[in-house]
Design a protein around this ligand. Structure first.
Ligand code: AKG
Ligand code: FE2
Length: 203
């Protein structure tokens, strides 16, 4: 793994080029194995809108949304247990999380052409002492960072394949989202698109 230097933006610690190409390829291989066990599915918000990202998860819990609400579940919507979090992913957590607890969820988001994620807070976790750690693979994504309160100024950064962001401390409950991706900007994923992993302590 590359040296752990980061840029601090409002408490978001951005580690550009944290994973080199070989590490990214190894991670994609491990994730493909996860997705064979727990395939990507299209989530629906509690209000009934289809999300543009497709999702799956690894770990004891997966974060899901459907008409019944947002929550963590120990099973995929199709009924199977989530696969274990790959060792390569755990190693990233250990390098940047600065937290004694282990992640219990690795949410897997897949962004195809036109997919985005609106500004939101990650607040369905019981313990916010640990960060949410994000790993980006494939196409570049425009990541927007805001405030703990709704509204106010935001700033954005393009996240590239291999970048890692730790959202802890003052950034833990700050709003963030992905405005758009540059579809086809990376050669990592043969079909294009962007994968984002978020590692979370849930309980
Ligand atoms: O895709 C990203 O970079 C962020 C994803 C995110 O915020 C989430 O899954 O909660
Ligand atoms: Fe988030």
């Amino acid at each position: 793994m590359a040296m752990a230097e980061f840029i601090d933006r409002r408490g978001f610690r951005i580690y550009h080029d944290f994973l080199d190409r070989a590490a990214q390829e190894a991670l994609v291989g491990a994730l493909r194995a996860c997705l064979r066990v727990a395939p990507l599915y299209q989530p629906v918000t509690p209000r009934g809108q289809k999300m543009s990202v497709r999702m799956s998860a690894a770990g004891r819990f997966g974060w899901i949304t459907d008409r019944r609400g947002y929550r963590y579940e120990e099973r995929h919507p199709d009924g199977m247990a989530w696969p274990p979090i790959p060792a390569e992913v755990m190693a990233i957590w250990e390098a940047v999380a600065d937290c004694t607890r282990a992640p219990e969820c690795c949410l897997i988001n897949w962004y195809g052409e036109g997919a985005r994620m609106g500004l939101h807070q990650d607040k369905d976790e019981a313990d916010c002492a640990c960060p949410v750690v994000s790993v980006s693979l494939g196409d570049e994504g425009l990541f927007r960072m805001g405030n703990t309160e709704r509204g106010g100024k935001t700033e954005s950064v393009w996240l590239r394949s291999g970048d890692v962001v730790a959202m802890g401390g003052e950034a833990r409950l700050k709003h963030h989202g992905v405005d758009r991706i540059r579809f086809g900007s990376s050669t990592l994923l043969p079909q294009g698109g962007r994968i984002n992993l978020t590692l979370r302590v849930v309980t």
